[in-house]
Design a protein around this ligand. Structure first.
Ligand code: PLP
Length: 409
């Protein structure tokens, strides 16, 4: 068992398995070329902004804080469509015998393909953003889709999924992980295609495509950082639900920078921290999170790690954090009003936890031991991913306007 250090309700682990394993080739810039080719063929495609928060960096005492703002992705208010649209199109290519290296959205939408695709049905489970991506992508291609949501999902998110594309959406009374099993069962019974953003033994093909899909945001960010004059980030903070996004981004960072890669910190809600728990148990295997599974960070409310990305995180994550909801709420407010002339970033509960944590690490004296272990100082160039905007607008206002979930330390 790893020793966990807790300061001011924030738990941190130092991962002893930082023995960078061979970079996962399927996430390299070369291997993911077809992903960017497909993304760039979409009418809705434009690189999302990399927002440099110079005022905040100055105030907090680091060289740079750059936020990749995925709330601007494809008009979907979250990064997740990157994985959904790529996996869905790739699955269609396999069914229709099209070359996935060269395929474009325009080609898929040609009448001869559309006719065949209109007979296909896709299914998934989501706590919001992934389902929106699947509904949207299926809608673009004229396919049917069914999206299941776990108990407690807010109606605004269900409606946003319907509005994005073709999906019939059901809020179930199941936990997220049980709803995933339900979607898999429905796919099996009805002959639908499951496009799920996590993997388990025997179900790896679509998740691998999804994870490859996420890499577009990190390769864009690397190019944008270079244009701003930064050779590479020194620190990257990644929020995790099942860890597919964090693992995909970590894999791409390892493929690009090798031994010179930045320090990587995975950040989760304390009540459902499965990567944190898996590292804590220290037996090399993935473990279910322990905790109430109650958090405002709906997109991160997943208790079972993605099996495809777990080994990448186990071998390459430097630090893992488990944070109370108040850290995410603080991040939403920090990004809404950063500092001295910085451009505000609208960030929802699952998008903002890393900014909340970073601001606390750099600002609060009691957290200095964590800051020192991370090696955060005046030379640090920090990269964050704002993975969603205000996907629950009422919840967003509750936190940002009304100051809900205040820090208790
Ligand atoms: C906004 C947001 N951020 C981060 C994540 C985490 O992604 P993963 O489940 O791959 O860890 C999600 C997942 O749904 C999400 O919706």
């Amino acid at each position: 068992m790893l020793q966990v250090e807790t300061i001011a309700n924030i738990q941190m682990e130092l991962n002893p398995h930082r023995t960078p394993s061979p970079a996962p080739d399927f996430l390299s810039r070369e291997a993911t070329g077809p992903v960017r080719h497909l993304h760039e063929s979409l009418k809705q495609y434009a690189p999302t902004p990399l927002v440099e928060l110079n005022g905040l960096a100055k105030r907090l005492g680091v060289a740079a804080i750059c936020v990749k703002d995925e709330s601007k992705r494809f008009g979907l208010n979250a990064f997740k469509g990157l994985g959904g649209v790529y996996a869905l199109c790739r699955s269609v290519c396999e069914s229709l015998g099209l070359d996935h290296h060269t395929v474009t959205m325009e080609q898929l939408q040609r009448p001869e393909n559309r006719e065949k695709i209109s007979k296909m049905t896709f299914v998934t489970t989501t706590d919001g953003n992934h389902g929106k991506g699947i509904s949207w992508a299926a809608g673009l291609l004229g396919a049917k889709s069914y999206v299941y949501m776990p108990r407690g999902s807010v109606e605004a998110r269900a409606q946003a999924i319907r509005d994005a594309g073709s999906a019939e959406v059901t809020i179930t009374d199941l936990s997220y992980d049980d709803a995933v099993r339900y979607a898999a069962k429905m796919a099996e019974e009805k002959g639908w295609t499951l496009i799920q953003d996590t993997s388990w033994p025997g179900y790896e093909t679509a998740p691998r495509w999804i994870i490859q899909g996420y890499t577009t945001m990190v390769y864009e960010a690397m190019d944008q950082l270079e244009l701003l004059g930064y050779r590479r980030p020194t620190h990257v903070f990644l929020q995790a639900g099942v860890g597919a996004m964090a693992g995909g981004v970590t894999g791409a960072l390892c493929c690009t920078y090798g031994k010179d890669r930045p320090k990587i910190a995975v950040v989760e809600p304390e009540e459902v921290a499965c990567i944190f728990e898996s590292l804590r148990q220290d037996d090399g295997k993935e473990h279910k999170a322990i905790g109430s599974e109650i958090t405002i960070m709906a997109g991160l409310n997943c208790a079972e790690p993605c099996q495809l990305t777990w080994p990448i995180l186990r071998d390459n994550t430097d630090f893992a954090f488990a944070c109370p909801d108040a850290v995410s709420a603080r991040g939403m407010r920090v990004l809404a009003a950063p500092a001295g002339g910085d451009r505000p970033v609208v960030s929802g509960e699952s998008g903002a936890v890393t900014a909340g944590l970073l601001s606390l690490l750099l600002e609060r004296e009691e957290l200095r031991p964590f800051r020192d272990k991370l090696g955060l100082d005046e030379n640090s160039v920090v990269l964050l991913f704002n993975t969603e905007g205000d996907t629950d607008p009422q919840g967003y206002r509750h936190v940002v306007y009304d100051g809900a979930h205040p820090l208790m330390f």
